[in-house]
Design a binder for this molecule. Sequence first.
Ligand code: NAI
Ligand code: 1J1
Ligand code: MG
Length: 259
Amino acid sequence: MALLTPEDLEDLLNKLRQSNETIKASTGKGITEICEDVYGTRPASQKVAIVPITAGNGVIGNFSSSLLAITEYFGLEGYITEHPDITGYHQAVSDGADILLMADDHMFIAHNLKSRKIAANHICTGVIYSEIASRFIHAGSKDVLVIGLGRVGYAGTEHLVKKGFNVYAYDPNTEFMEKAIEELGVNAYDSADPKKFSMVFEATPNANTISEGMIAERCLVSTPGIPCALPPELAENGDIDLVMEPLVIGAAAMLYSVF
Ligand SMILES: NC(=O)C1=CN([C@@H]2O[C@H](COP(=O)(O)OP(=O)(O)OC[C@H]3O[C@@H](n4cnc5c(N)ncnc54)[C@H](O)[C@@H]3O)[C@@H](O)[C@H]2O)C=CC1
Ligand SMILES: N[C@@H](CCCCNC(=O)[C@H]1CCC=N1)C(=O)O
Ligand SMILES: [Mg+2]
């Protein structure tokens, strides 16, 4: 499980604002509108409690404060419980919080105590980043290249297939490839095929997983993956729009999915 580091979370809201400008330019809509479209919900000043969790690798510096900044960015009333774990959970429920945000090393969830809806970060991250990729206004077809079929990648692929896109997928894990072909009917990406993609969704924990031969002159790369999927020489290319940030977009999708 690739865990965030405090460095990943530095300058979070500036990274988000940058990403949102790219999202608007590439898709015609900003992240809040896209979340509203995908989930059919809107914020309504819900009270959000963030409960730090000490399990496993333990509390990640500025993870809770980043979630607090995210809740406020989306116009919600957020706070971090005074204590972590069960004590914090008890405080949040006693305070009448509507939504709880908490994460151990394996699951990061949003739980709406009122509506009983619950969301997992890896599902929502896959859905929202693949949705962004699929909305590229300059795309010439419904072909989407997916790199990485793990917890996030598979969820995003499922979402794209459901929405009727032609998904070409690659993952060195042959089991994941076979599962995606059998269960979702995706095409195996063939590097020998000269086809180039204008919409790419990448979800791997490795750098430089996208090579020049995969992408069209003008393309949108939407990736939650850390580190960056695009080699620096490609990332500097003006005609490639890159949407990439470490936490906010996925967390926003979690909140919208439980409103
Ligand atoms: N930005 C955000 O909001 C979030 C970011 N993440 C990040 O997204 C990434 C993926 O997370 P998970 O799906 O949970 O990881 P995972 O470990 O479940 O899946 C990663 C997949 O990538 C595949 N892969 C590795 N190298 C590859 C390559 N060169 N080409 C194609 N596939 C390759 C692996 O075989 C594996 O199936 C991680 O870096 C994680 O930190 C995860 C959640 C939220
Ligand atoms: N227990 C810690 C939080 C641990 C979060 C680990 N999960 C990740 O890093 C995932 C979530 C999005 C990207 N990676 C705390 O409460 O401070
Ligand atoms: Mg994110």
